[in-house]
Design a protein around this ligand. Sequence first.
Ligand code: PMP
Length: 290
Amino acid sequence: MGLKIYLDGKLVNEDEARISVFDHGLLYGDGVFEGIRAYNGRVFKLDEHLHRLYDSARAIMLKIPLDKKETKKAVLMTLRANGLSNAYIRLVVTRGKGDLGLDPKKCPKPTVFIITHKITLYPRELYYKGMEVITVPTIRNLVSAIDPQIKSLNYLNNILAKIEANLAGMQEAIMLNKDGYVVECTGDNIFIVRDGVLFTPPTWLGVLSGITRNTVLELAIKLKIKTKEEVFTRYALYTADECFLTGTAAEIIPVVKIDDRVIGEGMPGKITLRLMKEFRVLTKKEGIPI
Ligand code: PMP
């Protein structure tokens, strides 16, 4: 017995969960998605993820055939069907089946599917030791082309950067925008600490409004750590006291080396460790019960 997948209103077995080769999600990356986590029988920040999904869909004029309440039910139903209380949830809405042209008018019915599975995070030891990353030549999509705030199925921009990271033997890459400002990583947001202040690039610069990012900003305020959403360059990375990345799959992961420059003391910083601890507490107690 394999996984149960939610597909267009029904739970089907993994090997029966099939999508047409004419689906524009596949042909053109025309669609939107979310990556969500469940911890200890609760779905973390589900409303925030649904909000972002519906915003992404609005931005690309894709009408999701379910309302938010129905989508929430579908997510919970899929988790229950698989008996999962800790999981990674992939919620995808594509433009649906069309013809070989790219016109979305030819796609009458969006495809909705939900996969609930385990997630492989970065190796565990990196959360203690911190990771090394590089900046890569591929710039992040322009806000005037595909705004990175749209979490679309079109991830080739990030994949090109990921290939560059792989070639350098790195697990993640920091991407800059066209003006050389730091924006985000291929699948994570980025934070730096300088003189006790927590900095992260503003979303208008071309950054996904990460749910983990926003949770960390809220946590910092609660912990009385000063936060600033501000534009910065690689220089600020190289001279930072601390650096960490955030994402639904990664959670909070410390960075100790960037482009071969040691960050701070070369170990996860104090503020980073405090935020990691508080984040763990939050994931244990918050969320929508499955
Ligand atoms: N930036 C990009 C490009 C992403 O794909 C992701 C999600 N994997 C993030 C940032 C982190 O966002 P979230 O915290 O909502 O997972």
